[in-house]
Design a protein around this ligand. Structure first.
Ligand code: ZN
Length: 231
């Protein structure tokens, strides 16, 4: 499904409202959201974070955020089978209704409700990282070295270098929500609040079991952005 298109399409008679969920996402510890090379590579070199191609500043891709929120909701609701995301497409399944049934193009659930935007640095965070880069020479990130200890010899092998966005860095979190006629608005708000609580107790990106990726979402607000008159 083409997420992000036809969002405010008035020709769709079933769309009732579009909400914008906004929050400030703070990295409580260093965060590593990278290009999927989080497997343990002996002698692996840089494990970079994802950066904007023009500014080189780090950001949190909507796809990574969506994956994390989805898997947390699946865990909370006991959904998903054999390590695969839920594809049941049942009207009672909020994972499938809000996130879309996994790899199931034909269903009756109407389009995906949750649209996770790329989360970019707040202005303050951008300034701080640019300033820090001038003194540290590091490119808006920290480098975390993780020693790998050989279990047989107890000797440290090649250290693994992982880039992380430093603790304290803040991003603008934005989640678009399509509300269709017949949707349970109360349940949608409740689900959003629940996911925000869950993510703060879990981790985003790689290395979550080794101290990375702890985040906090503050200043949560849900605005009705369409139709505009309802503000
Ligand atoms: Zn499902």
């Amino acid at each position: 499904m083409a997420v992000g298109h036809n969002m405010a399409n008035e020709s769709n008679p079933h769309l009732q409202q579009i909400w914008e969920v906004r929050a400030r996402l703070t990295c409580v510890t260093g965060c590593h959201v990278g290009g999927g090379r989080d497997s343990l590579e002996i002698g692996g070199i840089d494990n970079p974070v994802i950066r904007h191609p023009l500014t080189q500043l780090p950001y949190l891709p909507g796809s990574s955020l969506k994956g994390k929120f989805r898997s947390l909701l699946e865990a909370a609701d006991g959904k998903g089978q054999n390590g695969q995301p839920c594809s049941c497409a049942m009207p009672t399944c909020r994972v499938c209704r809000y996130f879309g049934p996994h790899k199931k193009p034909h269903h009756t659930l109407k389009p995906t409700r949750f649209l996770f935007r790329d989360a970019f640095l707040t202005e303050d965070a951008e300034q701080a990282l640019v300033q820090a880069a001038e003194t540290t020479g590091l490119f808006y990130v920290e480098e975390k070295y993780e020693n790998i200890i050989n279990r047989n010899t107890h000797v440290a092998e090649h250290p693994r270098v992982q880039e992380r966005v430093p603790a304290g860095t803040t991003f603008d979190f934005v989640l678009g929500v399509r509300v269709y006629y017949g949707d349970d608005e109360k349940l949608m708000r409740q689900t959003i609040a629940e996911m925000v609580q869950l993510v703060a107790r879990d981790a985003i990106g790689g290395g979550g079991s080794r101290g990375s990726g702890q985040v906090r979402l503050d200043n949560l607000q849900i605005l009705t952005v369409w139709p505009e008159a309802q503000g």
